[in-house]
Design a protein around this ligand. Structure first.
Ligand code: FE2
Length: 316
């Protein structure tokens, strides 16, 4: 895969003020972004906070568009702790535009998914951000981006989002207020923890136990307007807001390679269920590809998995 030469962090040079989505820029605070892309969390800075699409009026108007599309919004209470089960936290109490009027009264978390479906400026923004990411990484080489989505998070003060991981590569930008973002590298999650998640066909949230994470590997980002982070796929994270409301924006993507890796893990789940110890993805790329292709097929998974287990025996 072609990567450009390492770039020097430019944190001393101010980013230009963005008034249009096409002016948006993310800067990665490392001289070696191409090497740590999707491996280690890293701080970013950005100029998105000055965009009009994140003003209170614009966000209220955006939230109202979700009345006809409730499946693209999520309203939840604050979690009681970082280790709370994600789905056990009360949610769905209000429509997002209503919850936004109650943020000072109760700790709510409002998530507006895929705003690019509802607003042309958000469509411009997500493609501008993808170009920044691609430039910093030196392009995607032969990898194809197969899913690109953004989200807006509007959150009460003193709210907690419990620990989980997401099956996508993330770029998180703090727009207003402050957040403390706790994140562990994906290498801090075991293969048996990851595999069951990937046997599901839909993109959901992965659950992990905060007590099983290595505290020495925790990255803590103190985010305010203009700051952000790159979050690798499967990186466990939990987030807390501070003494004021918070607005955040994130862009996530999947590539054909990251999807294929997920299918390999799904296959490995069945190998493990059969009492065998599968190889870690990456150790045997040919076997990884065979496993991923097997999971891509329409044939019954268990029957096919058994067949391919026999085929790759000795390589896993
Ligand atoms: Fe997340």
């Amino acid at each position: 895969m072609a990567h450009s030469a390492p770039v020097i962090p430019q944190s001393n040079i101010p980013l230009s003020v963005a008034s249009l989505p096409t002016d948006a820029a993310i800067r990665f605070e490392t001289p070696s972004f191409a090497e740590i892309f999707n491996v280690e969390p890293v701080a970013t800075s950005h100029n998105l906070s000055t965009l009009n699409i994140f003003s209170q009026d614009a966000l209220r108007a955006l939230a109202e568009k979700y009345q006809a599309n409730p499946q693209d919004a999520f309203v939840a209470s604050s979690a009681p702790s970082a280790n709370a089960d994600f789905n056990s936290v009360p949610h769905g109490q209000h429509a997002p535009h209503v919850a936004m009027t109650l943020l000072d009264e109760q700790p709510y978390r409002v998530l507006l998914k895929r705003p690019e479906k509802y607003d042309a400026d958000f469509r411009e923004l997500i493609h501008t951000i993808l170009q920044c990411i691609s430039d910093a990484r030196g392009g995607f080489g032969r990898e194809k981006v197969v899913r690109l989505e953004s989200s807006v998070f509007i959150t009460s003060a003193k709210s907690t989002t419990p620990i989980h991981f997401d099956p996508e590569i993330g770029f998180f930008c703090q727009i207003a207020g402050e957040k403390i973002y706790h994140v562990y590298p994906p290498a801090n999650v075991t293969e048996p923890e990851l595999e069951p998640f990937y046997i599901k066909s839909s993109v959901e949230i992965g659950k992990v136990d905060v007590n099983r994470r290595d505290p020495a590997r925790e990255h803590v980002f103190h985010l305010s307007a203009g700051k952000g982070l790159h979050q690798p796929q499967n990186a466990p994270h939990w987030v807390e807001t501070c003494s004021s409301q918070s607005i955040s924006y994130s862009v996530v993507l999947e590539t054909d390679a990251t999807r294929s890796l997920g299918r390999t893990r799904a296959f490995n789940h069945y190998v493990r269920m059969a009492g065998l110890a599968p190889s870690t993805p990456g150790e045997h790329p040919a076997a990884d590809a065979l496993k991923a292709n097997a999971m891509n097929a329409i044939l019954p998974m268990r029957k096919l998995a058994g067949k391919v287990v026999r085929g790759v025996r000795g390589q896993h």
